[in-house]
Design a protein around this ligand. Structure first.
Ligand code: ZN
Ligand code: ZN
Ligand code: FE
Length: 746
């Protein structure tokens, strides 16, 4: 009897725990979640935000507390992520109920600016329910979803600090906002048809315009989109013409995954990304004859698809076409239009109508783009949904501003264990982009209370980002070589500090010898790098002209291989000019760029002879490639070793003459590029004993190359590191610059 009673008492032992929760737990509905969870387990105590995350004190039954901790991790709201929990046992106290506490004033709160989150399932139910007061309301949101980063103009993140401060909550909304048990407790953009933002145009009218083939500017979370029916070829071609964009693929929005499946092959990982709270554009293989306009993504073999991520999108796609082109509202490479007053001026003549609303956007933010390569999701463009979520650093960082590069620009600021990489800011090539870049640097420093003491930047003397760094007031300025930054970035997000063999396959990066690098094997240990091997340099005839006209690169590679034959799309006159430039060394700097090698082969096969957007020749070459186990020859020789591909160029010319299919040649070329990577890494492992390889640079956006290179390296016993959190292209270099500068300043 006695024994049994004691066992029962022990089971029901009352304990009190202090639980520190680290990770993304602020502004994502974490406290109301904890509150509801605590109630469901019958716990007493409280929860509040701290500078590091959230702090919980909970008391109750020991087994209940254990289940509570498990549920904290496993059932966290969609946009939250619990990195770690730390438990401290306290004395039991007399307490009643569970409460959500305000953060004490003066407590430094660093992680308070959350990213924008796609509409959650519950809010979707609300707008679809005729009995609900938010039925059909396009600005419905809750603590689990809605606008965040794009509406914040100062910290701390509170309604008054957002562009929602213009709207006074009605009594019903206020009640939800103040009720800890409500899903809308402290949901800063909380609104309803009575008190919230309104549309400029009826959804049904907007849907009709789209159905009838019109072009509509639609105000989204981070800026305006230009939308039209993706199955209406005429509409898509009109949009291309008006936007002045000849080939660059348009992104698509599908009503649901079923609709997306009609036009793409969707693997499980990609589907997970499509449905994630970040709701990015996902690049996936296109299905043939899906009825989609051929002008959506000519020559690429892939389609960029996203699902509706605001209530307005959902409503629009319910009444309108189920498949829309949704491309950024801008002209050429200017930043996306996000101010209502600028629509008329900057998008003049492109849309037939504008679907706008009166909730202002404070910071422009494009859609993010992801691609699954070899089962691993990679970020191609990091923006909405991810920014400004910090990237956790394994070392404590001083306050640094790293300026990134000029193409696909993004900067990074650091503090403590966090690196905040900005959203994709476009190419720094016009006054508007530069202005925008400067403004967002200011916003980030303000949001995260950072006063950079160190400024890191690319070695390229002519980059605007370099000039920006030079004019920025700071104690120290540190130039970081482009490919060193690429590899350091990959190391930083993987948390490695030990030396690696860095493979940087890239378009263009300024080398420390003044030539243009981009096919580099570097031994990197964060503080320094050694250029251990590289592709044999060839002339870049006409500089930028050779980037725009890849046929020039083909000629350069042919001549370097001692071959004299014609290149499709290059007239004899142009060929003469190019040859003269190379012979005299006039405006023909040397380059070891891997990106240019892909361009050359693309042109040699007649696939792409004129580039209208960055990477086009390589993208179309990848799309042309078919499966083959053939590959071509190359030589690794010299000290430091150079990789000579003239043998491969000669074999490609022969194959072409023999009538081998373009797909097979393109496939064999990709195999060769992967073998070059694996073989060179093996040579360097012999020399250094290092068997870790880190892959970075924009060329690794190529799935055909990356999958092959990774499997060859792994078969040879290498541990391979790739990017997951930041892009492998220049959008990721600011992170590498920051960590490299931090290590050097230690
Ligand atoms: Zn919601
Ligand atoms: Zn209201
Ligand atoms: Fe690069």
């Amino acid at each position: 009897m006695d024994g049994m009673a004691r066992t029962g008492a022990e089971k029901r032992k009352r304990v009190r725990w202090r639980i520190r929760v680290g990770g993304t737990v602020q502004g994502v509905g974490f406290r109301p979640f904890v509150y509801r969870l605590a109630y469901s387990f019958g716990l007493e105590g409280w929860v509040r935000n701290t500078s590091e995350g959230a702090l919980i004190e909970a008391q109750g039954d020991e087994t209940a507390l254990e289940s509570f901790i498990r549920a904290l991790r496993e059932n966290a709201p969609p946009a939250a992520s619990v990195r770690d929990t730390e438990i401290e046992v306290l004395e039991h106290e007399e307490l009643e109920g569970f409460r959500i506490l305000e953060s004490p004033a003066g407590d430094e709160v660093r992680t308070t600016v959350p990213p924008d989150i796609a509409t959650c399932a519950e809010c979707l139910d609300d707008i679809g329910d005729p009995e609900n007061r938010r039925f059909g309301y396009p600005f419905t949101n809750c603590t689990n979803c809605g606008p965040r980063f794009t509406i914040i103009n100062k910290i701390p993140y509170d309604r008054i600090s957002t562009t929602m401060s213009f709207f006074e909550m009605c009594p019903d909304c206020r009640r939800e906002y103040e009720d800890p048990a409500d899903r809308r407790f402290h949901a800063q953009p909380n609104a309803c048809p009575v008190c919230g933002p309104r549309l400029s145009l009826d959804v049904s009218e907007a849907a009709r315009i789209l159905r009838e083939g019109g072009i509509l500017a639609v105000k989204g979370l981070g800026g305006y989109h230009l939308a039209c029916d993706a199955r209406n070829d005429e509409a898509v071609r009109t949009l291309r013409r008006r936007k002045g964009r000849s080939d660059k693929p348009f992104a698509l929005m599908c009503a649901d995954p079923e609709e997306a499946r009609l036009i793409c092959e969707i693997d499980a990982v990609s589907e997970g990304l499509l449905l994630s709270p970040e709701s990015p554009i996902v690049l996936m293989p296109a299905r043939k004859n899906s009825g989609i306009s051929a002008s959506v993504a000519p020559g690429t073999g892939t389609l960029g698809v996203m699902l509706p991520y605001t209530p307005l999108h959902h409503l629009l796609m319910r009444d309108g076409p189920r498949l829309l082109v949704m491309t950024s509202g801008n002209v050429s490479e200017e930043p996306i239009v996000f101010k209502d007053g600028e629509v008329e001026e900057r998008l003049n003549g492109i849309p037939d109508h504008v679907l706008s609303h009166d909730r202002p956007i404070h910071i422009a933010c494009d859609d993010s783009v992801m691609r699954v390569v070899g089962g691993v999701p990679g970020v191609v463009r990091r923006a909405r949904g991810f920014v400004p979520r910090p990237i956790y650093m394994e070392m404590e960082m001083p306050e640094i501003l790293a300026c990134g590069g000029d193409l696909k620009s993004a900067f990074c600021v650091t503090k403590g264990y966090s690196a905040y990489v900005s959203q994709h800011l476009g190419d720094l090539e016009n006054a508007r982009t530069l202005d925008h870049y400067g403004k967002v640097v200011g916003d980030f420093c303000k949001f995260f209370e950072i006063e950079p003491k160190i400024v890191a930047y690319d070695m390229h003397p002519d980059y605007f980002s370099t000039q920006f760094a030079r004019s920025f007031e700071a104690e120290r300025k540190i130039a970081v070589q482009h490919h060193h930054a690429h590899i350091s970035s990959c190391m930083a997000e993987n948390g490695i500090f030990e030396p690696v063999i860095g493979v940087a396959f890239d378009g263009t990066g300024y080398g420390d010898d003044g030539t243009i690098w981009g096919g580099e094997f570097l031994i990197v240990d964060m503080t320094c790098y050694k250029r251990a091997a590289h592709l044999s340099p060839v002339p870049l005839p006409g500089g930028d002209a050779a980037v725009r006209r890849p046929g020039r690169m083909a000629l350069s590679y042919l001549r370097s291989a001692g071959l004299d034959c014609a290149v499709p799309g290059v007239t004899p006159e142009e060929a003469d000019t190019v040859v003269l430039q190379m012979e005299r060394g006039l405006n023909a700097p040397l380059t070891s760029s891997a990106g240019r090698l892909f361009d050359a082969v693309s042109a040699l096969l007649g696939i792409c002879t004129e580039v209208t957007y960055e990477g086009q020749a390589a993208i179309e070459l990848e799309a042309a490639g078919t499966y083959t186990d053939r590959s071509y020859g190359f030589r690794i020789a010299g000290s430091p070793p150079e990789i000579d591909v003239s043998g491969m160029i000669a074999q490609i010319v022969e194959d072409r003459a023999r009538g081998v299919s373009m797909g097979e040649i393109a496939g064999a070329f990709h195999n060769t590029a992967a073998e070059i990577i694996a073989e060179t890494c093996r040579v360097l492992r012999e020399e250094t004993g290092i068997s870790e390889a880190a892959l970075s640079g924009g060329v690794f956006q190529n799935a055909l190359l990356t999958e092959r290179a990774v499997s060859l390296l792994e078969e040879s016993g290498f541990k391979v590191y790739r990017h997951r959190l930041v892009p492998c292209n220049d959008g990721g270099i600011s992170l590498g610059q920051a960590v490299s500068a931090a290590v050097r300043c230690k």
